[in-house]
Design a protein around this ligand. Structure first.
Ligand code: HPA
Ligand code: ZN
Length: 324
């Protein structure tokens, strides 16, 4: 199966932390532009750190690199870089996560982040015809009050957001902590998604569905540990945004051949393929599709997952029809 065949599949990316698309070269050039020092000598030394033991060891580096993102132009350049790449890979629609609480801690107001990303999305639409939007993620290992305050700070511009999500360190931070915040997001007319069952237990997937009323689960791979959870995902048609290369790099899965995607797909769960943090995990979306082709997924199966990604997106029905 050629890369071109995989590129040609119309697809959406639904699980992308835009900060995770920060390539080392851009990190260094933004650091220079902003008069900041990164704690690495050069691009090569930074790349050498891309060896992760688990989610936390990745998050430490990810948050360190994010400190170079300071201005509206930085966020625009970051997202435009991603969109150019996405266009080459046949991505027609993208729903981008961002972490405003982390940027606020670096002194960057949420409006600056959103304005930069929205400006890139506008350019992506005119230049490449890529549709999409923003999903504001709450960092689950920060206080719930901080998440609630962040949501209120954007309540006047919910039209600039598709929805809210929940990310960062999962174990020990159950979804139920964020029940009131997600209820408020629902009142504001926002879509809801949450990372669950990446490193955390299958129970967090159920909690996300029942207490946070999420419409999709990000990762969700530990669902295979519980038949009841698998049955719920199939029955309620809850899509999973699976990130195969990420799971291998963060050692949630030993190797691609042992990835739970096969069980999920065969059981009839609506699975989609995504990159998560492509600069850090050795691949963008098409690299994930291609790696799966290398472990015996057929073009027909991969095309089904690509179609799933469009159906599971928050694009308008008209746009979905156009892309299917
Ligand atoms: N999991 C949780 N939080 C994250 C991730 C992830 O894979 N990437 C960026 N933030
Ligand atoms: Zn993620």
């Amino acid at each position: 199966m050629t890369l071109d065949a995989l590129r040609a599949l119309p697809k959406a990316e639904l699980h992308l932390h835009i900060e995770g698309s920060l390539e080392p070269e851009l990190a260094f050039s933004l650091a220079a532009r902003n008069g900041l020092e990164l704690p690495f000598a050069d691009v090569d030394e930074l790349r050498e750190r891309y060896e992760f033991a688990d989610l936390q060891s990745f998050l430490d580096l990810y948050y360190a690199c994010m400190t170079v993102l300071r201005t509206e132009a930085d966020f625009r350049d970051l997202a435009l870089n991603y969109l150019e790449r996405a266009h080459r890979d046949g991505i027609r629609h993208v729903e981008m996560f961002f972490d405003p609480q982390v940027h606020a801690a670096n002194g960057v107001p949420v409006d600056v982040v959103m304005d930069g990303l929205l400006s890139a999305l506008e350019a992506g639409l005119t230049r490449f015809g890529i549709t999409g939007g923003l999903i504001l993620c709450f960092v689950r290992d920060l206080p719930v009050a901080s998440a609630a305050a962040t949501l209120e700070s954007v309540a006047h511009r919910t039209g600039d957001l598709l929805g809210v999500g929940l990310d960062s360190a999962e174990v020990g931070y159950p979804p139920s902590l964020f029940e009131a915040v997600f209820a408020r997001a629902g009142e504001l007319g926002l879509h809801r998604v949450a990372h669950a069952g990446e490193e955390g237990p299958a129970e967090y997937i159920v909690e996300s569905c029942e207490r946070l009323n999420v419409e999709r689960i990000d990762h969700g791979i530990r669902a295979v540990e519980s038949q009841a959870v698998m049955d719920m995902l199939v029955r309620d048609r809850i899509p999973l945004t699976v990130c195969p290369l990420s799971n291998v790099r963060l050692r949630a899965v030993e190797h691609l051949g042992a990835h739970p995607l096969r069980q999920l797909f065969d059981a009839g769960v609506i699975v989609t393929i995504n990159s998560d943090d492509p600069a850090y995990f050795g691949g963008y979306v098409v690299d994930n599709y291609s790696a799966l082709a290398g472990v015996d997924y057929t073009l027909r199966e991969l095309a089904t997952m690509a179609r799933n990604s469009i159906a599971a997106s928050f694009a308008s029905e008209a746009r979905k029809t156009e892309l299917q």
